[in-house]
Design a protein around this ligand. Structure first.
Ligand SMILES: NC(=O)c1ccc[n+]([C@@H]2O[C@H](COP(=O)([O-])OP(=O)(O)OC[C@H]3O[C@@H](n4cnc5c(N)ncnc54)[C@H](OP(=O)(O)O)[C@@H]3O)[C@@H](O)[C@H]2O)c1
Length: 332
């Protein structure tokens, strides 16, 4: 190991060195995914600095001065992992300008900062860049097939539109970037579907969940591990090609199916402490400010081939998550 370098451990193994004091800048480190990444980096000995709102991504000068300050202090930024975004899908419809400032201008600013610092960038995007009507081709036999990275986008709401424009801004401003589209994210930190379901199931005798939107739940821990895997591959001089990748847990279901599994597993683990009937409804019966994509399954062939990773199934990851949640609740 070269002097001034730090070894990164993955699954108990040392997987590569961070050269010349270089480190990761984790932006949006207090959000759902950012907190998961920060905890993973800590556990694996990844040298990183986490920032959130204190370095405003809409302020390019603040980003530039942070990278300069870190370089001057002997901690040059080698990788930026950006988890900061405007993620309130319904609120975005009434907050278009602010949403765009974060998801488009913010993404562009970060990409430019990465390029100027000579750093690689991992940026996250969403299944909402697609219209959710699905693509049917000769091979899919009339059924929609999972979206591939090069399928035409067609966002149906402000959030999806700004995330799509943000992807383009990243590509334009920093050629050394990985854009990871994910979907139906849940984790230990912050609001998400699983946490909401557990709360409602403990409060109510009956809940209704939509059964006409299909996608793939994704545990933030698995996505964080994937981001670390990209860095690890780079440290081992086998970086995947830059560009857009899809990553979710394996399998696809409806929100209703997901809620049923949350209930069954949650009951078994003592996280749901009373009977609750989980019933299904249609999206028309449960109107939201923004229409959600009806079909948002993402094809993950590209990331699996690039990294040689096996992706956990949605139900296995849900079980692991609920177990971790139970332990977390016991601790606090
Ligand atoms: N959540 C999902 O279901 C989902 C699905 C697909 C893709 N994604 C993508 O995955 C990524 C991570 O999502 P997430 O759910 O972890 O997001 P999140 O929980 O909303 O976290 C975003 C973080 O960015 C911070 N932030 C907001 N404005 C900022 C600014 N101007 N400068 C610096 N930081 C700022 C937020 O602070 P405040 O909390 O104080 O605003 C928050 O800590 C995003 O790119 C998102 O689009 C998420």
């Amino acid at each position: 190991m070269a002097e001034n370098s730090v070894a990164v451990k993955t699954a108990g193994r040392t997987c590569g060195d961070f050269p010349e004091g270089k480190r990761v800048w984790l932006i949006g480190c207090k959000g759902m995914l950012g907190t998961e990444l920060a905890r993973l980096f800590e556990r694996r000995g990844v040298p990183f600095t986490g920032t959130d709102r204190e370095i405003d991504i809409t302020n390019p000068a603040a980003l530039a001065s942070f990278t300069e300050q870190e370089a001057a202090a002997g901690r040059p930024i080698g990788w930026i992992v950006n988890c900061a975004a405007y993620t309130a899908v319904d609120r975005a419809e009434d907050d278009v300008e602010f949403c765009r400032r974060l998801n488009v201008d913010g993404a562009a600013n970060i990409a430019l900062a990465a390029r100027n610092a000579g750093a690689r960038l991992i940026h996250f995007s969403t299944d909402y860049v697609f219209d959710g009507r699905g693509i049917r081709d000769a091979a899919s036999g009339g059924e929609p097939r999972p979206y591939r990275e090069d399928d035409t986008t067609g966002p149906i709401g402000v959030y999806g539109l700004t995330k799509r424009d943000g992807e383009n801004a990243v590509v334009e401003n920093s050629p050394r970037s990985y854009i990871i589209r994910t979907a139906w994210l849940y984790g230990l930190y912050g609001n998400n579907f699983v946490a909401t379901m557990l709360r409602l199931m403990n409060e109510r005798d009956e809940i209704k969940v939509v059964n006409d939107q299909r996608g793939s739940p994704t545990w933030a821990f698995d996505l964080a591990a994937l981001a670390l895997e990209i860095i690890r591959a780079d440290l081992q001089n086998r970086p995947p090609a830059y560009g857009i990748y899809h990553y979710t847990n394996e399998g696809n279901i409806t929100w209703y199916d997901f809620a049923r599994q949350i209930y069954d597993t949650g009951r078994g683990l003592g996280l749901v402490t009373k009977e609750c009937a989980v019933k299904h409804c249609t999206s028309a019966e449960y109107p939201a400010r923004v229409t959600r994509p009806a079909y948002s399954v993402l094809d993950k062939t590209k990331i699996k081939a690039a990294l040689g990773v096996a992706i956990p199934s949605w139900d296995m990851s849900l079980r692991q998550y609920l177990k971790a949640l139970g332990k977390e609740r016991e601790r606090t």
